[in-house]
Design a protein around this ligand. Structure first.
Ligand code: CU
Length: 68
C-alpha cells in the first residue's frame, strides 16, 4: 500500500472536502482518503498495482480543484 499527501488548492468549505473525498475515493485502487480543509491536503492510501498518482490527480482536477 502506498500512502501519499497531495496538496489541493481551491477548497473553501465542507462541500469541497466532500467533493474531493468522493472523487478520490471513487478511483479504483484507492483504499482510504482523508481530506483536510485547514491543511489543504488529501492524504491518500492506494494500491499502486491498481492505480497511479496521475489518476488520483486527474480525479481531483475533474472536480475543478488544483493539485499543487
Ligand atoms: Cu466548498
Amino acid at each position: 500500500m502506498t500512502k501519499t499527501v497531495i496538496k489541493v488548492g481551491g477548497m473553501t468549505c465542507k462541500h469541497c472536502v466532500k467533493a474531493v473525498t468522493d472523487a478520490v475515493g471513487a478511483v479504483p485502487g484507492v483504499e482510504k482518503v482523508k481530506v483536510s480543509l485547514r491543511a489543504n491536503t488529501a492524504t491518500v492510501q492506494y494500491d499502486a498495482d491498481k492505480t497511479t498518482l496521475d489518476a488520483i490527480h486527474a480525479a481531483i482536477k475533474e472536480e475543478e480543484y488544483d493539485v499543487l
